[in-house]
Design a protein around this ligand. Structure first.
Ligand code: ADP
Ligand code: 5GP
Length: 212
């Protein structure tokens, strides 16, 4: 039995994080998304409660004041926050895999509070490809695209410096395979599985007798 896994995915906007997160959610047993709260309006096919909890500024402030967020950040002009309750519940469920689709500020804040969380930074193959993907998505105005591109370079530098794993999303299938490998390897990390296995084997804390 493995301890709950907190998997934090961050990337500059347009690198393919949402696409990859959806694939992992669909194919990893026990995986679920930590649904953030945001003041950004819904776009495209997004629905309330599935992609985000969409709220106005006043409600977001109420949630901050009530201590409901583990972390929150202003990203591209809108506020986004991670629910404390979601994480507290996840940590009570062995074998669960909770995926966070959040920015580098949020990822680093959660890692600080929960050092066992696994942080993965997803990179585009180049800045030119990032721009093409942002335009190809057809969900943002030119002004929003420019804002996101301007932020990309500093996010990338921070991700490169602070995250546990780096995945270049060039071929989608390869990047997905890398993420599965990270989940699999993280599940075997001794600090996550040691206690459950100790119980299973009825191991006492006395050291194993050494041969003479
Ligand atoms: P993010 O969540 O990081 O902002 P998205 O998942 O919305 O990014 O992806 C941005 C756009 O790039 C989408 O149109 C998506 O279909 C496309 N995309 C994602 N991964 C790849 C890839 N490996 N190759 C080409 N296009 C991709
Ligand atoms: P988008 O508007 O494209 O859905 O998200 C914009 C950025 O905000 C993305 O990098 C996304 O990962 C990040 N984000 C989403 N939810 C949260 C959150 O709860 N906290 C933080 N810090 N960032 C978030």
């Amino acid at each position: 039995m493995r301890a709950p896994l907190l998997l934090i995915l961050s990337a500059p906007s347009g690198a393919g994080k949402t696409t990859l997160a959806r694939r992992i959610l669909a194919s990893e047993a026990g995986a679920r998304l930590s649904v953030s709260t945001t003041t950004r309006p819904p776009r495209g096919e997004e629905s309330d409660g599935r992609d985000y909890h969409f709220v106005d500024e006043a409600r977001f402030q109420e949630l901050i004041d009530a201590g409901e967020f583990l972390e929150w950040a202003l990203v591209h002009g809108h506020r986004y926050g991670t629910s404390r309750t979601v994480v507290e519940r996840a940590l009570l469920e062995p074998d669960s895999l909770t995926i966070f689709d959040i920015d580098v500020q949020g990822g680093s804040a959660i890692k600080e509070q929960f050092p066992m969380a696994v942080t993965v930074f997803i990179l585009p193959p180049s800045l030119a490809e990032l721009e093409m993907r942002l335009r190809g998505r057809r969900t943002d105005s030119e002004e929003v695209i420019q804002l996101r591109l301007a932020a990309a370079r500093s996010e990338i530098l921070r991700g490169l410096a602070e995250y546990d794993y780096l995945v270049v999303n060039s071929m989608l299938e390869h990047a997905e395979a890398d993420l599965h490998a990270i989940v699999r390897a993280s599940g075997c990390r001794a600090e996550l599985s040691r206690e459950g296995l100790r119980e299973l084997f009825g191991a006492s804390r006395t050291p194993v007798t050494k041969r003479p």
